[in-house]
Design a protein around this ligand. Structure first.
Ligand code: TXA
Ligand code: MG
Length: 325
């Protein structure tokens, strides 16, 4: 889906004036500001209700602009940028002078990516600078994958919402710390570990969900309002029916292998068998079950390979202890 030229011009005007633009990317919608405008960047934190120490991603127009934003690009980082950009891969590198500390949460490293969405790329090209954008949701809640989700989350607080249709990938970018010779994955996402390893020719460590490595990797991120309970796939139906009998309004993520099962629950979501389709719909499913006022969601983890790794990471976090009260 392409943007109207008038919409891109309007969005560029908002960014130049220090305002906030919600923009589509291939992963999730972002809440964007001019990366070089510290006051605009600070507004992002206010709108999201996000701690100022929690670093943002700078979105740029192409791999060839990378050197404008970081201090040095190790050969492995260059290789990954050339191979995966535009695409759902974020590289953490040493911060260039153009990037204000407001955008990095005070860190001397910066996260950078080139989004693979025609509307985002049209905006970045017309704007000419970098756009820092976290996911366009309130801190700790589920990321938006449609423009309507953005309006429901923070519509009144953004100056302009760019339409871009539903996000193709549906989970956030893979974040790779590329400051060292052997990169590490900080957050699994749209580019799989297998794809990274194939390009690098060496194994990569998968991140441990329980280990808070950087500000913002809180266990309860990506949480719907309903409490999420994870069980083995073959126990999903029985667990859901028991909770429903006990008086909960239960939403069920019915695993594809049990698609024919009858479930006595308040709402049932049929989990797609393909991991790409599941990732694309994951946040939409969580939102739908919230809208249906479920207070408990029973789900199981997919096999943790390919995109299943990112899906399992988000489900674990959705099920994790809530940090907000
Ligand atoms: O797909 C995505 O990555 C989406 C779209 C909008 O691009 N953005 C996104 O942003 O997910 P956000 O802010 O929700 O998550 C970015 C994460 C932060 O939680 C933080 O953990 C990590 O990126 N991050 C940012 N800068 C970092 C840095 N310098 N070092 C380590 N981690 C960093
Ligand atoms: Mg986010």
């Amino acid at each position: 889906m392409r943007a109207r030229t008038s919409d891109i011009e309007k969005a560029v005007g908002v960014l130049r004036a220090g305002g906030l633009v919600a923009l589509p990317t291939e992963t999730v919608y972002g809440l964007g500001a001019n990366a070089e405008d510290p006051a605009a960047v600070s507004r992002i934190f206010q709108v999201k209700g996000r701690p100022a120490s929690h670093p943002l991603i700078v979105h740029i127009n192409g791999a060839e602009c990378l050197d404008d934003w970081v201090q040095e690009v190790p050969a492995t980082a260059r290789l990954l940028a050339e191979r995966f950009w535009p695409g759902p891969l974020t590289l953490v590198l040493r911060r260039g002078r153009r990037v204000p500390l407001e955008a990095t949460g005070g860190l001397e490293t910066v996260a950078v990516r080139v989004p693979d969405h025609p509307v985002a790329l049209a905006l970045l090209s017309a704007f000419g600078g970098g756009v820092t954008a976290p996911s366009a949701n309130r801190f700790g809640s589920v990321s938006p994958t449609t423009a309507d989700d953005v309006r429901a989350e923070i519509g009144e607080a953004v100056d302009f919402v760019l339409e871009g249709g539903p996000c193709e990938v549906g989970v956030e970018s893979t974040i790779v710390d590329a400051t060292a010779e052997i990169p590490t994955i900080l957050r699994p996402g749209g580019v799989t570990r297998e794809d990274l390893e194939a390009v690098l020719g060496c194994p990569l460590a998968a991140p441990a969900t329980s280990h808070i490595r950087v500000p913002g990797q809180h266990p309860s991120h990506y949480a719907p309002r309903a409490r999420v309970v994870l069980v083995e796939p073959e126990k999903v139906v029985a667990e859901a029916e028991l909770a429903q009998e006990l008086g909960h309004r239960v939403g069920v993520f019915l695993p594809a292998a049990f698609a024919d099962a009858e479930v006595k629950a308040h709402a049932v979501v049929a989990v797609p068998g393909s991991m790409a389709a599941y990732a694309r719909r994951l946040y939409g499913f969580l939102r739908e079950l919230d809208q249906q006022a479920c207070d408990l969601i029973v789900a199981s983890l997919p096999v943790e390979e390919g995109l299943g790794l990112a899906i399992a990471n988000r489900l674990r976090r959705a099920a994790g202890p809530r940090t907000t009260t």
